[in-house]
Design a protein around this ligand. Structure first.
Ligand code: CA
Length: 228
């Protein structure tokens, strides 16, 4: 599997950092943040992100200055950057774009819009980050748009069920215990009981409709996705 998309959020308002981080993590991306331009520079120097979301107004210097510094640096000039700006002044948008921003969103923005703009930018600038769709039987899962299609019809699927399905499709024909699924799908932060896995499996089967037979129960062991 491809490494997760790595996003740096440069923003000094904790509420916005939290909102953005939460939304983008839901999309399966790795998020780190910095609350100053200097902190952002240090973070980028330690590891180049796939995308930078850059606030215009930072406590130590403007986001625009940081942007100019990135664009002047041979190693960092190609990093996709979206400016987050409270300013709606046309000349500020133009200044950002002239200084090398790839796109901008004006606060207040919806997390959904930010995610859509981020995805569009990454598709445009970093097609290598796009992951191949997963297929099993009549089911196709597209990790880039986070959509699932069964027999040509896009289905409604919850976030937890989507993550579970993606994991099982990537590791088909292998049985996982409930504890393993909790660990692999929900990660260490999850404080949920093993019984919860059964609930999500139930919902996943329901969402998959005619393809529900792909998700097998292996008695006293756990679950697997099998095409056999
Ligand atoms: Ca700010």
């Amino acid at each position: 599997m491809a490494d997760n998309t790595n996003v740096l959020v440069v923003e000094d308002e904790p509420a916005i950092v939290e909102l953005v981080s939460y939304s983008l993590r839901e999309a399966g991306w790795d998020i780190r943040s910095a609350d100053t331009a200097q902190g952002a520079w240090e973070s980028i120097s330690r590891g180049k992100p796939d995308l930078v979301l850059l606030d215009w107004m930072l406590p130590d210097q403007s986001g625009l200055r940081l942007l100019a510094r990135l664009r002047a640096d041979r190693d960092f000039q190609d990093i996709p950057v979206i400016m987050l700006t409270a300013k709606s002044m046309e000349e500020d948008k133009i200044a950002g774009l002239n200084n090398g921003a790839d796109d901008y969103v004006t606060k207040p923005f919806s997390p959904r819009e930010l995610l859509a703009r981020s995805r569009a930018l990454l598709r445009r600038k970093s097609p290598h980050l796009a992951e191949a769709p997963l297929r099993a039987g009549a089911v196709t899962l597209d990790p880039n748009s986070c959509t699932v299609v069964v027999e040509g019809q896009q289905i409604e699927i919850g976030n937890a069920e989507y993550k579970l399905l993606k994991f099982l499709m990537a590791h088909r024909e292998r049985v996982f215990s409930r504890a393993q699924l909790l660990d692999k799908v929900w990660g260490d932060h999850a404080v949920i009981e093993e019984r919860t896995v059964d609930v999500h499996v139930l919902r996943l089967r329901k969402a998959l409709k005619s393809a529900d037979g792909l998700i097998r129960t292996v008695r006293s062991v756990g679950y697997m996705l099998s095409e056999k």
